[in-house]
Design a protein around this ligand. Sequence first.
Ligand code: F6P
Length: 356
Amino acid sequence: MKRRIGILTAGGDCPGLNAAIRGVARASYHLFDADIIGIRGGYRGLIEGDYHRMEESDFSNILTRGGTILGTSRTPFSQMRDNDDGVDKVDEMKRNCRAMKLDCLVCLGGNGTHKTANLLSEEGLNVIGLPKTIDNDIAGTDYTFGFHTAVEIATDVIDRIHTTAASHGRCMVIELMGNKAGWLTLYAGMAGGADVILLPEIPYDINKVAEVVETRANLNKSFSIIAVAEGAMSQDEKAMKRKEREQARTESVYNSISQRIAAEIEELCGVETRTVVPGHIQRGGTPCAYDRVLSTEFGVHAAQLIRDEIYGVTVAVDGRKIIHNKLSDIAGVPKLVQVDGPMVQTARDINISLGI
Ligand code: F6P
């Protein structure tokens, strides 16, 4: 029996999206009679009816390509039912799925994407999720694809900063992506041998950070490396209400957390300090080998689920097993770094400071 599969990529892009799309497509063509409809620009394309039938050749030569051949957009979950513009976007998406005669919809994305995927599933559509994000913050899976590539890129940044920091005897503050979850900073900080790792989950005390820089200076280790997640906050900020904190940041003379920490370190320790913000470089370019394999495994598992008509789930990895979880169990549940988890303990045990 022929299956018509709609596929979209939503939210921030990351390396491995094309490898996953290819995995879904190749396994679907192989396992059953498949027609694949590519939906452009994430949920925006589904709302607006921007889609096209894809050919098998569209999935050639994309394994190593960064970004997403389907395009993506951020359509906030909070606006899905918003009728400000007189349009119920969920109704539009359901209407377009009917127009495309889809048997199922495969949504590749992060936390926001999964919340909408779950909503569409609750509305009666056959939906399968694939978890991507460099933040690695989706519940129920050890890893999301894109994460390991971002760790490689961020580690390379730290390695390169190490040599220039050592030459000049400077403190370098490297700000990595991750607003709520610090996985990327924790992994890259450990892989790159950072002296201090600051995460959104563990509010820091700047005096403790300064102590590390000073102690290293006194030991004639004239440089220090601080890896900080963009969403990290001080203990004082943590004590504020969210709105109050946002207001304070807007009014601050510093544009970013790394700038603020650098200024405070210079003032407290008198050590020359510089900042580095690799930003979207962490999401760009070709996926690393691990992500190519994981994306392919996820894509193939999705095709097997379609063959077996199992919907309302998202694919995941548990140890070395590829599994699937119910969308309703994981949607809206961010996976954060556990303050007393094994990775944090490992960092502590080799005397990396977490800033507390
Ligand atoms: O969710 C992935 C992510 O890269 C976060 O780490 C970062 O905070 C955010 O996206 C940046 O979003 P945008 O690309 O929309 O600026």
